[in-house]
Ligand binder design. Structure first.
Ligand SMILES: *Cc1c(COP(=O)(O)O)cnc(C)c1O
Length: 411
């Protein structure tokens, strides 16, 4: 493995921290290129999961006893770690959810109650199903209209059209920061400015960006920023909704139950303050604590260098893939990172994925929860290699040889 630190970090030391990267499948060293679906977990996260359930398990926010107070403290420390990481003004603006999908559902349910017939929600053609379907459901219920900003053939948003898509009817713009299928990095700051100019609020789907790129919610000035723990080296079942305090305070609760209340009588219930108003019931305590540990891990990395390194991996893989006849890269935006999606003439993505798997290489094939995007490109799906900072050029070399071999076998 390449241990030169031209990339600003020692890749061997990093890989040491991820035990899953040392395993074999079918007797071959695992090459894990499915980071877009979920990432592997570093040792400090694994240790924290073990520690929590072995020794520290207790319910939070209500116990008088030692363990409960300790768990509460750790859960709230994790919230602060995440707050600082995304540069949110206050930790109360960091709401723990189950993940990106859950965060979007919260916004749609709660913020969405205010929308009226004729109001418009703007998304883009490259959105993940979880940033499409819930808005369709909302539009059906509230009688609003979903509008879709198109992309060009490279997989970039048609920014020239944005001004015509944004009107005084637009109440919400929900856009992915980085596309999970194309790797396109969207100009979310510009979009936010333009959306605010017509009075719309902005949701940024950060499921594919926070693990690749430094995120500063104040610099972006977005109203909401959502992401999943499991894609950012943390556990499954936990995620985050960041929202501006004033907007969150103005929104009704999402779910009702314990922890989210101030006072309950049979006549009337008053609600707890932020963030608890949006965290009904016993939360994923271990998940929250361990997501904090994932961000402690990320805090040791220079994310600008991570972004540059992953873009380099991406370009390296694309350069070599494009030398093969019949290969078409899907998603060739000028600004992209970490994702290489491609199709090969006459070969079904699933067949290629299966052969790569037998060679120890984990990629994803199919529509990647972006069926409308596949329709746009006129393809049933792609083969997607998605990278993290622990991947190497040596792994890509092996992957390229495996793709070449698979093409020979399948054509
Ligand atoms: C994965 C993903 C989601 C959904 O995340 P979940 O963890 O499944 O809730 C949403 N948007 C994008 C861009 C994603 O990559």
């Amino acid at each position: 493995m390449n241990s030169t630190s031209t990339i600003g970090f020692n890749i061997n030391e990093i890989r040491e921290q991820f035990p899953a990267l040392r395993r074999q499948v079918y007797g071959k060293n695992l090459i894990y290129f499915d980071n877009g679906a979920t990432s592997q977990k570093p040792q400090n996260v694994l240790d924290a999961i073990q520690q929590y359930y072995t020794k520290d398990n207790a319910n939070i926010h209500r116990g008088v006893h030692f363990l409960s107070q300790q768990a509460t403290n750790e859960y709230e420390v994790a919230r602060k770690t995440i707050q600082q990481y995304i540069n949110a003004p206050k930790s109360e603006e960091v709401i723990f959810t189950k993940g990106t999908t859950d965060s979007i559902n919260l916004i749609a349910f709660s913020f969405g109650q205010r929308l009226k017939p004729g109001d418009e929600i703007l998304i883009s053609e490259m959105e993940h199903h979880s940033n499409i379907v819930r808005w369709q459901m909302l539009c059906e219920r509230q009688g609003c209209t979903l509008k879709v900003l198109p992309i060009n053939e490279k997989g970039e948003l048609e920014m020239d059209l944005l001004d015509t898509y944004l009107t005084e009817k637009t109440k919400l713009v929900s856009i992915t920061h980085i596309s999970n299928t194309l790797g396109t990095i969207n100009p979310v700051k510009t979009i936010t400015q333009k959306a605010h100019a017509v009075g719309a609020k902005v949701v940024i789907d950060g499921a594919q960006s926070i693990q690749h790129k430094k995120v500063d919610v104040q610099a972006l000035d977005c109203d909401f920023y959502v992401f999943s723990g499991h894609k950012v080296f943390g556990p499954t079942g936990i995620g985050v909704l960041y929202g501006k305090e004033a907007i969150l305070n103005d929104m009704p609760p999402y779910q009702g139950g314990g922890d989210m209340i101030a006072k309950v009588t049979f006549e009337r219930t008053t609600y707890n303050e932020l963030p608890f108003k949006f965290e009904a019931g016993t939360p994923h305590i271990a998940g929250g604590i361990c997501l904090g540990k994932a961000f402690e891990f990320l805090n040791k990395l220079d994310m600008d260098k991570v972004l540059a390194y992953e873009a380099e991996l991406c370009a390296y893989a694309e350069d070599m893939l494009s030398t093969f006849e019949g290969v078409r890269i899907i998603g060739t935006a000028k600004k992209k990172t970490s994702v290489v999606s491609f199709v090969v003439d006459g070969i079904h993505p699933f067949d290629m994925g299966t052969l790569l798997d037998k060679q120890g290489i984990a990629v994803r094939t199919g529509h990647h929860c972006t069926q409308p995007l596949m329709d746009k490109f006129g393809i049933p799906g792609t083969i997607r290699a998605s990278f993290a900072f622990y991947n190497t050029k040596e792994e890509i070399d092996i992957f390229i040889r495996a793709v070449e071999k698979s093409i020979q076998m399948l054509s």
